[in-house]
Design a protein around this ligand. Structure first.
Ligand SMILES: *[C@@H]1O[C@H](CO)[C@@H](O)[C@H](O)[C@H]1NC(C)=O
Ligand SMILES: *[C@@H]1O[C@H](CO)[C@@H](O)[C@H](O)[C@H]1NC(C)=O
Ligand SMILES: *[C@@H]1O[C@H](CO)[C@@H](O)[C@H](O)[C@H]1NC(C)=O
Ligand SMILES: *[C@@H]1O[C@H](CO)[C@@H](O)[C@H](O)[C@H]1NC(C)=O
Ligand SMILES: *[C@@H]1O[C@H](CO)[C@@H](O)[C@H](O)[C@H]1NC(C)=O
Ligand SMILES: *[C@@H]1O[C@H](CO)[C@@H](O)[C@H](O)[C@H]1NC(C)=O
Ligand SMILES: *[C@@H]1O[C@H](CO)[C@@H](O)[C@H](O)[C@H]1NC(C)=O
Ligand SMILES: [Cu+2]
Length: 559
């Protein structure tokens, strides 16, 4: 029998500690290196074949899992034929690294085909469920994947579960995003319509996969995502809405869900019978596998706050005797109808949330910034050219990234439609988002607003038009990064309203403690492309210098 030297035994013991109990504190600050090699080729996520984007050969992009405190070094290789890309880590604050936000036109110029770029950043004081996705015009969510930041010590202190599962929900069109963008920005305006499919972990069935003849030689090949659980165990389901349009209702028959996390903030556990999750939002729910194990449960995802939903947002919850999760898709036959949606109730989900850790909410240190937004028609009479106006104007992305223009000293020469709102260091900013009926079709819609570089308190909202007697809702003020401006149910969508009618409002508050150039925008990508965005230049004098190794082509004027 061979004998290991004492030092090796010590190393073995240390490794055992690391594996068994999670990472010891002194090893917590790791550098994790990830490659994101972006390619495109034919695929058939819903059995209808089209060109899709793969990251490291898979769709959706692979999940990235790190620990709180880790430093990430992410190398993005753009191997697309002709499109520039950037990759944004949605919800990660990028404290001190505004150039790593991955937002093209704002934090960097997009990465041209054939080029590589490495982003470095810390996930300092954040933990929970995030996502990463492309952030260049309409291609926004053609590349998306889960980003999980573990803080096992903290999570296990409050919640008991035996395992984790991740469900990435997304919506999917058969038309290319380039065709969509041309339709949206062209005259006459052409809306993208509702998606053909709602995918779970990148697959569903639009056509019958056996008969459509569209079985792609490469994965994915459609079918239904299968999530396996063991009888008697409790799981943390991390549910990520990576849709470009859909506000989803998610149901699991025969199982109660208990929500414990919203956008990286732990909340008091609350039992819910279904989940409502907007584009860009994430929730963790606990579910216990205590139902009969001899059948499959069809989990469903359907769009709310739209006239109709794609009917194929199905995936399978399956009991298994193996502790290993199987990922092989199934080609079963789902139920014929989705669970009834019930009436759309503004803020139903938000009112189930109370932060687990109570933190003092600072008072705003300036006047409330009211951002009114509505659709405008800028086209000639009889032909529509449609944009979304927010605040003073419809936002036009600068050709050169705003942050680079900050370093160049050219922001002051920018087109007014691209200029940022200046924010002093550490100002406590209160923003009142007020939706109004525009000139086109009299509709009120929901809008998921996402802020870069900061999380905010979601201070509640209401129907119609805000007035100063309406106080912030501090009870449900969860710190998050994506909130919903709901339309009043009575003014919703199908019922045309006169121009100027208040559709609904919501208030958020954030501490501007992260110098940089940051976007606040609607996460409905079509709305973003149509100008529903604004930018903040936070504490320009305190923006740290650009790292010397920032790629040449970035500052050389290539778009
Ligand atoms: C990404 O591409 C590089 C360069 O071709 C290669 O060295 C690396 O192994 C690839 N990474 C992955 C995860 O596929
Ligand atoms: C797809 O795009 C083409 C070209 O823009 C357009 O003619 C067609 O109507 C679009 N199809 C759908 C389903 O939106
Ligand atoms: C698990 O194993 C038990 C006992 O062998 C068996 O009765 C049961 O059907 C199995 N369940 C599944 C889901 O395979
Ligand atoms: C798909 O087609 C095959 C072959 O015709 C059939 O056996 C199967 O039931 C169909 N599946 C669905 C989901 O309709
Ligand atoms: C937003 O609308 C309100 C009410 O019509 C108006 O008082 C306010 O000035 C508008 N704010 C901005 C910034 O345009
Ligand atoms: C909004 O209006 C609906 C009825 O249309 C009502 O049920 C709801 O309570 C209102 N919400 C708020 C926050 O006032
Ligand atoms: C910065 O200025 C240099 C020199 O004038 C110019 O070549 C470069 O394109 C500018 N970069 C940006 C991002 O404006
Ligand atoms: Cu919107």
């Amino acid at each position: 029998m061979f004998r290991l030297p004492v030092a090796l035994w010590a190393l073995y013991a240390l490794l055992l500690v690391v594996v068994v109990s999670g990472r010891p504190a002194h090893l917590a600050k790791q550098v994790s290196h990830f490659d994101l090699n972006v390619t495109e080729s034919l695929g058939a996520p819903d059995c209808h074949e089209r060109v899709i984007r793969y990251v490291n050969g898979v769709y959706p992009a692979p999940a990235i899992t790190v620990n709180t405190g880790d430093r990430l070094r992410v190398t993005i290789r753009n191997r697309l034929e002709s499109e520039s890309i950037s990759i944004h880590f949605h919800g990660v604050k990028q404290t001190g690294t505004p150039w790593s936000d991955g937002t093209s036109h704002i934090s960097q110029n997009a990465i041209p085909p054939g080029k590589d770029m490495t982003l470095e950043f810390h996930v300092r004081d954040q933990a929970g469920t995030f996502l990463y996705h492309a952030h260049n015009a309409m291609q926004e969510l053609s590349i998306f994947g889960a980003l999980i930041v573990q803080d096992q010590k903290e999570d296990r202190k409050h919640f008991k579960y035996d395992g984790e599962r991740t469900l990435v929900l997304s919506d999917y069109w058969h038309n290319s995003s380039i065709a969509q963008e041309q339709g949206l920005l062209g005259t006459p305006f052409k809306w993208i319509g509702d998606p053909q499919s709602i995918l779970t972990n990148g697959i569903t069935q639009f056509a019958n996969c056996s008969t459509s003849g569209k079985l792609s030689p490469k994965a994915p090949n459609g079918g239904y995502a299968v999530t396996t659980v063991e009888k008697g165990k409790t799981y943390r389901f991390r549910i990520i809405n990576a849709a470009t349009l859909g506000f989803f209702r998610f149901d699991i028959p025969g199982h109660k869900m208990t929500v414990i996390e919203a956008d990286g903030t732990l909340v008091e556990p609350r039992a819910i019978d279904h989940l409502e999750i907007n584009a860009g939002q994430r929730y963790s729910v606990l579910i216990t596998a205590s139902s009969p194990s001899d059948k499959d449960y069809w989990m469903s995802t359907q769009a709310m706050w739209r006239p109709k939903s794609a009917p194929n947002g199905w995936s399978i919850l399956r009991y298994s005797n193996s502790s290993k999760e199987s990922t092989a898709p199934a080609h079963g036959i789902p139920p014929t109808s989705l669970p009834p949606k019930g009436p759309e109730i503004s803020g139903w989900m938000d009112r189930h949330l109370v932060p687990l850790h109570k933190v003092r909410i600072p008072a705003p240190t300036g006047p409330t910034m009211q951002l009114n937004f509505s659709q405008i028609n800028t086209g000639p009479v009889g032909a529509n050219t449609v944009r979304w106006k927010i605040g003073r104007q419809s936002y036009v992305l600068p050709n050169q990234a705003m942050l680079l223009q900050h370093y160049n000293g050219t922001i002051k020469d920018m087109d007014p439609a691209s200029k940022p709102i200046y924010v002093h260091k550490n100002r406590v900013v209160d923003i009142l988002l007020q939706a109004r009926v525009g000139t086109l079709n009299g509709v009120c819609e929901q809008h998921p607003f996402h802020l870069h570089g900061h999380s905010f308190w979601d201070l509640g909202g209401g129907n119609g038009t805000w007035n100063p007697t309406m106080r912030p809702d501090t009870k449900h003020a969860v710190i998050r990064d994506t909130l919903t401006v709901y339309p009043s149910p009575s003014a919703y969508f199908e019922t045309p309203q006169p121009e100027g009618t208040g559709c609904g409002w919501r208030r958020l508050r954030f501490v501007a403690d992260n110098p940089g150039a940051w976007m606040l925008h609607c996460h409905i990508v079509a709305h973003l492309v149509m100008g529903m965005a604004t930018t903040f230049l936070v504490a320009p004098n305190d923006i740290p210098p650009l790292p010397a190794n920032f790629p040449d082509w970035m500052t050389g004027g290539i778009h």
